[in-house]
Design a protein around this ligand. Structure first.
Ligand SMILES: NC(=O)C1=CN([C@@H]2O[C@H](COP(=O)(O)OP(=O)(O)OC[C@H]3O[C@@H](n4cnc5c(N)ncnc54)[C@H](OP(=O)(O)O)[C@@H]3O)[C@@H](O)[C@H]2O)C=CC1
Ligand SMILES: O=C(O)C1=N[C@H](C(=O)O)C[C@H](O)C1
Length: 258
């Protein structure tokens, strides 16, 4: 039985994760971490046996896996806490800096605690990132457009940043066309990450979507993925919970365990 602590259980993803755990016989939701939540098991689909912890230092029980769907400003501390307490982190929360990721990978190697940070648990997004890396070898000129629901707290998305990083790692940066556009409206060319322009759209009705546009001489290639429902992330979360203890350090990306 995999004993799970879920952080962010009141949120959109947290509620989906509770259903996933409750519907899998090899998983047990043993605790939830929620600094702002007063006890209200029924409202959040929790059985009364599940402990609600309001601060990290209350967490004294043993857990196997820490599932995190919280907020960018909480995720580093949470992941560090999990690794330091020999709990395997399965991290979906976006917004962790490269420096923090590097530090936690190093900590996980020292402690030999396997874990995963997945910028995206959806297969369509994982494949889009893989294909973008391949396309970037032939089309070095590329831009990323991500589109999300209006409640998303961070921009650009973790998936978009990871896509830009993969493009930057796979293309010949000396072959990228010069861009001397004069920005008449600040921000109109988006932000740049590893030299790749990234644009973020926030609109009601959307869930999570991404396009990567590659341009070449007289031709273009467009890659697109759409998550129409948050349930689309749960297959990836399930695999991560089941396989994370096979790892001996923290890895970035679901593709590492598929
Ligand atoms: N990797 C992936 O495939 C996916 C990742 N995500 C990411 O997951 C995260 C959560 O998304 P979503 O569920 O939509 O967001 P929500 O805003 O719906 O939920 C956020 C949750 O985090 C809790 N929370 C807020 N502050 C803290 C804190 N300081 N410490 C611990 N918990 C806190 C909230 O509790 P309260 O309201 O009580 O403060 C709430 O339960 C985001 O970063 C998002 O980008 C989302 C979808 C897929
Ligand atoms: O906030 C979301 O919704 C999502 N966040 C993740 C991200 O920042 O990439 C994954 C997915 O895009 C949904």
């Amino acid at each position: 039985m995999i004993k799970i602590l879920l952080a962010g259980f009141t949120g959109s993803m947290g509620q989906k994760a509770i259903n996933l755990i409750n519907n899998n016989d090899d998983m047990q939701l043993s605790g939830v971490y929620a600094p702002h939540c007063t006890e209200d098991h029924a409202k959040y689909n929790l059985s009364n046996e599940v402990n609600i912890y309001n601060s990290l230092n209350q967490i004294t029980d043993n857990f196997d896996v820490w599932v995190d769907f919280t907020q960018p400003d909480a995720v580093y501390e949470n992941t560090k806490f999990a690794i330091e307490h020999n709990i395997h982190p399965v991290i979906g929360t976006s917004g962790m800096s490269d420096e923090h990721q590097k530090e936690l990978i190093s900590l996980s190697k020292d402690k030999q605690v396997g874990g995963i940070i997945a910028p995206n648990f959806g297969l369509s997004a994982v494949l889009l990132m893989k294909f973008a890396g391949e396309a970037a070898k032939y089309f070095p000129d590329a831009e990323v457009i991500e589109m999300h629901h209006q409640d998303k707290k961070d921009a650009p998305s973790g998936t978009a940043l990871n896509t830009a990083k993969i493009i930057g790692q796979n293309r010949d940066n000396s072959a990228v066309s010069d861009d001397e556009t004069k920005d008449n409206l600040s921000g109109s060319r988006g932000g740049t990450y590893d030299g790749v322009h990234v644009h973020a759209v926030r609109l009601p009705g959307y869930v999570a979507h991404e396009q990567v546009l590659f341009g070449g001489a007289g031709e273009a290639l467009t890659l697109r993925q759409d998550s129409f429902d948050r349930g689309s992330f749960m297959k990836g979360v399930k695999v991560a919970i089941q396989k994370v203890s096979d790892l001996d350090h923290l890895v970035i990306g679901l593709e590492n365990i598929l």
